[in-house]
Design a protein around this ligand. Sequence first.
Ligand code: PMP
Length: 380
Amino acid sequence: MIYLDNAATTKPAASVTQAIISCLTEDYGNPSSLHRVGLQAQLHIDQTRKIIADSLKTEKETILFTSGATESNNLALHGIAGSYGKRKKRIISSAVEHASVKSTLDALEEQGFEVIRIFPGKDQRFHAEDFIQAINEQTCLISMMYTENETGRLLPVSDVFRSVKKKYPAIITHCDAVQAYMKYPINIRNLQADLLSLSAHKIHGAKGTGALYIRKNIRLMPIMTGGKQEKSIRPGTEAVPLIAGFGEAVQLMQKTISDRLMQTEQKKTYLLNLLSAMPDIAINSDTDSRFSSPYILNFSVKGIRSEIMLHYLESKEIYVSSGSACSKGVNSGVLHAYGIPDQIADCAIRVSFSEDTTEQELSALIQAIQSGLHELIRKK
Ligand code: PMP
């Protein structure tokens, strides 16, 4: 099988699975228990906390475990709104955020917050000035994703956050870095993010765990009540096996960030060249590597709806995503935000690479698209 849906989820690494199994079978204690078995479990959490903190060049006390980035984003946005949003009611974000940010902002808007969603320019790129200009005295939070997950476009997060912190240090900055973590080196101090959301299953860890970086002295109103775990900000018995696997995944992936970046850029260029030679293809991603992640390529096979092509490719054991729908076939509107016409967006396919992706697999994809075009258009 050819798996090209790594932005949806990745295959857990063998050593990650091993770490998880060993926690389930041996170190299965409750980390809150005061005895040795509990302590052993707690050690796994401490270790992963330190690994993630080191990877961001920060202190381990700033890392909080959650059930995944959806929860991290909810906690970040509701938490800041609860702590800093009593009088300051403006929140600035982009128009292409993941559903877990988008829907949370919609909910905050219903509660009386003023949410400003910044759109890309005519060049389909985001411009830092547009975010900065939207700031006023009432602004409590700015939330921007690092790599947009449908087309792989990069947002000017560090430009915006640095200039926000220079001019308005009281405004809290949040970044959903799910599609960037372990793909780009992230130095939290350079990025100037107060909060950063991460997910394990996008980096060869397991589904069901993630983290939120919370800069020291930032107050977050919890969204759940319960025990004293994770400083009571995120109560509930920690998912020790998944967290241990998360640590293993980070250790594994961080060794190869820059090499992988280069190799993936080559793979994307290879596919892009093949696609560009085909008359029925429209490229929806930004082809300039300064503005786009090499890990994601979005294109449309004109005249064939996404789901039809997706299932055709599936019949050839090639697995991709439909490029305009993040969640169970619901159109997210992200391609629309870039001004991509509906008839092109309806045919969008997202291919997302991993270190295991080969040029042979990409040629097989092209051949399958060509035969799909032939068979599916003829059937119409
Ligand atoms: N943000 C982005 C950019 C994502 O791609 C995803 C996963 N689709 C999430 C947040 C949600 O992550 P999780 O699956 O860990 O809840």
